[in-house]
Design a protein around this ligand. Sequence first.
Ligand SMILES: C[S@@+](CC[C@H](N)C(=O)[O-])C[C@H]1O[C@@H](n2cnc3c(N)ncnc32)[C@H](O)[C@@H]1O
Length: 288
Amino acid sequence: MQKIINKLAVMSVKGTQQILHQKAISRWVYNHIYYSRWLTGGMIFFNTGLVPIDDEVFASGITDTQNPQAQTYHEAIKAYRRLTDWHDTHQVLEVGCGLGGGMHYLRRMLPSACLVAIDLSMSAIRRSRKLAPCFYAQADAHALPFQDASFDWILVVECLHKLNVEHFFLEAGRILKPEGVICIVDFRATTFQAISQRLQAACTAQGLHIAEMTDLTERVLQFAEQPQQHQHTLLNAIPWPFRWLGRELLVTPGSNRHSSYVQGQRCYYLCAVQKPAARLSNNDQLTA
Ligand SMILES: C[S@@+](CC[C@H](N)C(=O)[O-])C[C@H]1O[C@@H](n2cnc3c(N)ncnc32)[C@H](O)[C@@H]1O
């Protein structure tokens, strides 16, 4: 018995250390990336991007050069529409808003929604605030500073891979309203089947269910492999010692990321998770 208790204690200390470690690194890295305008000067999104691009994205007029990145958000919007009676009065939270492009796009698509965004990095919050008028807070996705059942929709674009999945679903499930939806668009250095099983297990443990799981890898590769004048300009603006990192982030053919996607060792996916409707307790049923 004592052995089991010791093992559990060691595991929980290790788990906490892992989260703190990743969080500290993540905050430091993103603070510097977003602060350095030579790297993210004209950018409002910080995600990989995919094609084909829907007419609605073109029509939004949000940005000429970053439509593939706006499309990533549009995929989340489409999943939310498929699962709910889409209307504009919803309470929406973005976790890991980055440079604020997602909030900027959502504000156009949902002019009267209450939009709230958090990010671990203070530079992210500062830059997002300038771009889109919403409520922002510097916060950690593992400890969301909101009351239970406050949001209809939670969006997480290219942020889940930074998080402890089980811990995040515990928090997100808590602040989600009954029948609310979490839309995740992200990559993972594993097969689509493996990440599907991992997310399934984490959701089930919190009483949530996966309503949609879609493999978007081919669409990311299609974008990465098409001739791109803009990506070229972006890469050339990065100081030479860091250009390899730019090639990885842009999934340029020849980069490690590109080959791992092609070989099926990495995938890009959309996952839509739904919270069940609130169940009536026995007392409620008796008085109803
Ligand atoms: C790849 S960027 C994506 C930004 C944005 N969603 C987009 O698509 O343009 C990931 C973001 O997640 C944020 N992040 C990482 N760990 C986080 C955490 N524990 N809590 C909140 N945000 C976090 C980073 O600061 C960064 O801004």
